[in-house]
Design a protein around this ligand. Structure first.
Ligand SMILES: C[S@@+](CC[C@H](N)C(=O)[O-])C[C@H]1O[C@@H](n2cnc3c(N)ncnc32)[C@H](O)[C@@H]1O
Length: 302
């Protein structure tokens, strides 16, 4: 069950009329040094995004199994991307971002960890001229699409994803979905305020205000990707929306044990948060075999 403190917000989102309009992010890309540093810190294994990162790492890994070249759009400081790349050493990743500050952090981080299966490209994800047609075996993007100023640019980005991806390529896009009320957005943005710098909470609030609607994603996914992708959202409130192709093949026991080890490194607070995310997505129809508990895996013979 989601934490008790979340219940009033869940009830509000089920019962109220939508009043929260879209307010695009004040800055097109994230290149303020203080903001970038706070965001990078939040992505560490003990940072406030640790639970969400681990969920996405597991889910993305299930979706990109066996893919040779994967492009990550809006990779930011690559804290999420490096976790994915470390678990998928036979895959080559290309992180794309427009912010030089973010890419600088990303390169330093990858160098520090000694990772050699990630390259970076400074480019606009709505017009990625530098990448040729049918280049990728998979295109992924985590928490970046709400930065696009308009639905028209979101559509342009989806068209670019289709163009650079192989016909049978995998897709995994995850972003915030807009909540109905400002009060709910404020609750989530400041839920962990005492554990994070104020600038990160503010950034989170701006992201939730800039989020597209689940319906916007639904409409564009159907228009551009057709029945190749399915859309899933956390339920009962679509604060996270995932557009993805079906999972590929079975994951190895080694992968599962590495993910369990990452989960065991989370503090109890973030483990509880991971359970919340898994539960809300499961209610929305998206299961995560790779993060199932050992008992679950044994009983299902996975
Ligand atoms: C919130 S961060 C997400 C970073 C990372 N994917 C993660 O999950 O932690 C969004 C990133 O998208 C980048 N971005 C925003 N608009 C962009 C655009 N049009 N082209 C390329 N990158 C963009 C920003 O610079 C920022 O680094």
């Amino acid at each position: 069950m989601p934490r008790f403190s979340m219940l009033p917000t869940l009830l509000r989102e089920i019962t109220v009329q939508r009043t929260l309009p879209r307010e695009p992010e004040p800055d097109l890309v994230m290149d303020d040094a203080e903001q970038v540093a706070a965001y990078t810190e939040a992505g560490r294994i003990d940072g406030v995004m640790a639970a969400a990162y681990l969920f996405q790492t597991a889910r993305i890994t299930q979706t990109i199994q066996g893919c040779g070249k994967v492009v990550d759009l809006g990779c930011g400081p690559a804290t999420q991307l490096t976790q994915i790349a470390q678990l998928n050493p036979d895959t080559h990743f290309l992180g794309v971002d427009l912010s030089a500050e973010m890419l600088d952090q990303a390169e330093q981080y990858v160098h520090k960890l000694g990772i050699n299966n990630i390259d970076f490209l400074q480019a606009d994800i709505t017009d990625i001229k530098q990448i040729e047609d049918n280049f990728a075996d998979a295109v992924i993007s985590t928490m970046a699409l709400h930065h696009l100023p308009s639905q028209q640019l979101l559509e342009q980005c989806f068209n670019e994803i289709k163009r650079i991806n192989k016909t049978n390529g995998a897709i995994y896009l995850v972003d915030f979905g807009r909540l109905k009320s400002l009060k709910s957005a404020i609750y989530f943005a400041y839920m962990n305020a005492r554990y994070q710098p104020h600038i990160f909470s503010l950034d989170y609030e701006r992201s939730l205000r800039a989020a597209f609607l689940k319906e916007d994603f639904e409409q564009l996914s159907e228009k551009i990707f057709g029945d190749k992708c399915l859309l899933y959202a956390t339920f009962p409130m679509p604060i996270l929306v995932v557009i993805k192709t079906p999972d590929r093949g079975k994951s190895s026991a080694n992968l599962q044990s590495r993910l369990r080890s990452l989960r065991s490194q989370l503090s109890s607070r973030y483990r509880a948060e991971l359970n919340d995310i898994r539960m809300l997505f499961k209610l929305g129809g998206l299961k995560t075999i790779l993060l199932a508990t050992i008992t679950n895996l044994v009983s299902k013979n996975i």
